[in-house]
Design a protein around this ligand. Structure first.
Ligand SMILES: Cc1cc2nc3c(=O)[nH]c(=O)nc-3n(C[C@H](O)[C@H](O)[C@H](O)COP(=O)(O)OP(=O)(O)OC[C@H]3O[C@@H](n4cnc5c(N)ncnc54)[C@H](O)[C@@H]3O)c2cc1C
Length: 424
């Protein structure tokens, strides 16, 4: 029996198991597949977020020339509608093998037991202060606490049903092209130019290009929808990507890899009183405004692990009591209030038309750098986050302000959670 059994084999599970082992706890990690198997996703992050954690060397690619396009686009390349907005910050892509190895090495140092199996059910043995976890393969594992890090559709963690969940959908290609789809050496966070679309298409849900030069003549281009419920279909994204490239006279010469990306952006917070703790996608940790999560895993795991270790120091503590300590550390009141605020903001962006969205982002990225960077990383204290939102409102054109003022659907309910967050 171990102190903690972590479920999952993605970034969240490895990160949490490593943080728990760092606390001197006995930890087992159960994944449905071999933990050394390469991850399917590639993860991006702002350079300074990773530098602040001393993990900059885990990046495989790092770009200093990072831009977005918030103009409508035009045939004349010198038109103001084609001018990039510089971000003045580095962006990077993790070397996913290095990130995985970084955590696997920590697991080995911490003596974490690696198990393979598919978790199916949990039994809380109140009298013994234990939890028993069953696998599809027929084995049972006992621990004082189980952490569910099995992703956005967790096997054990429960969440309330609050209606349709919006997904960030994207279709991308890594390959070679007849001409560079972005400037050599450049990273493009969001290219919202839309002069390749018909007037009818411009009334459809907006999408943007996320793209980068990977070196040696290889580029990654991805047509992305920020968030929508139901999500934008892959065939629409694929068609829009082809149309965008064709409009700029670019042909795809060689497809090395196609990416079909879909993950939830606005999952409700889980029930914070359940006897199993969640982490990562399972605990709704994806940033509802940006879709990023890996930086949050790295920043938030140590405090959660510390709270779990402190609770386990009491030999009488039940699994439910230990899980409750973990949930409180993972989702303290301030973070729950900020989560509500981000969800409230996303709700508004999802109904913005293309021109409104371009104006919104142009204003957002013109905010002082620490504000937009802290907003995207979720590192601003609540008062500063509110200040960032207020400054955005004041600086935005009226087309955006009207969109921000009008309350529709579940916006009012989410807005009120700023004052009265879920979980008290
Ligand atoms: C294509 C894509 C691109 C993304 N890009 C970024 C990005 O650039 N930057 C960023 O910060 N975020 C990004 N995200 C968002 C988020 O960081 C990822 O979804 C991330 O992989 C979530 O990590 P996770 O460990 O919570 O879940 P997952 O990575 O989904 O891992 C879940 C793990 O649990 C295992 N599992 C599932 N069920 C069971 C079970 N019953 N028993 C045992 N094990 C089980 C699975 O095999 C898997 O190993 C992206 C997401 C996607 C889908």
């Amino acid at each position: 029996m171990s102190d903690v059994l972590v479920l999952g084999g993605g970034p969240a599970a490895l990160c949490m198991a490593a943080a728990l082992a760092d606390q001197g706890l006995s930890v087992a990690l159960l994944a449905a597949h071999d933990l050394r198997q390469p991850w399917p996703n590639t993860y991006g992050i702002w350079g300074e977020e990773l530098d602040a954690l001393g993990l900059g060397p885990l990046l495989e690619h790092r770009w200093s020339d990072c831009v977005s396009y918030f103009g409508a686009g035009a045939v004349d390349p010198n038109s103001p509608a084609n001018q990039p907005t510089p971000h003045r910050r580095d962006y990077g892509l993790f070397n996913r093998q290095a990130l995985q190895s970084h955590w696997l090495a920590a697991l080995e140092r911490g003596g974490v037991e690696l198990l393979q199996g598919t978790a199916t059910a949990l039994h809380v043995l109140e009298a013994e202060g234990l939890t028993a976890l069953q696998t599809r393969e027929g084995s049972t594992h006992q621990a004082r606490l189980v952490v569910d890090a099995t992703g956005h559709q967790p096997v054990l963690v429960q969440r309330p049903d609050e209606g349709p969940v919006a997904g960030q959908a994207a279709y991308g290609v890594i390959g070679r092209f007849s001409a560079p789809p972005v400037q050599p050496g450049q990273f493009v966070l969001m290219d919202y130019r839309c002069d390749h679309l018909s007037p009818e298409q411009r009334l459809e849900p907006p999408t943007f290009l996320y793209a980068m030069d990977l070196g040696d003549g290889r580029f990654f281009v991805e047509e992305t929808s920020l968030a929508l419920a139901p999500p934008v279909a892959y065939d629409v994204l694929q068609r829009r990507l082809q149309q965008r490239l064709a409009h700029r006279g670019i042909q795809v010469l060689e497809v090395e890899h196609e990416e079909f990306c879909l993950f939830p952006m606005n999952l409700p917070l889980p029930d914070l009183h359940q006897p199993v703790l969640g982490f990562g996608g399972a605990a709704s940790m994806v940033h509802p405004a940006s879709g990023y999560m890996v930086g949050a895993l790295l920043r938030r795991a140590p405090a959660v692990a510390q709270a779990v270790a402190a609770a386990l120091a009491d030999p009488q503590a039940s699994s439910a009591a230990v899980a409750a300590s973990g949930w409180r550390a993972l989702w303290p009141r301030e973070l729950r209030r900020k989560h509500a605020l981000y969800q409230f903001g996303l709700e508004k962006l999802m109904r913005f038309q293309e021109a409104q969205l371009r104006a919104f982002f142009a204003t957002f990225f013109a905010l002082p750098d620490p504000l937009w960077i802290g907003f995207l990383a979720n590192t601003l204290p609540l008062p500063q986050l509110l200040l960032a939102m207020l400054q955005l409102f004041v600086r935005a054109p009226w087309s955006v302000r009207w969109g921000l003022i009008g309350m529709r659907g579940r916006e009012l309910r989410l807005g009120l959670r700023l004052l009265w967050p879920v979980g008290g």
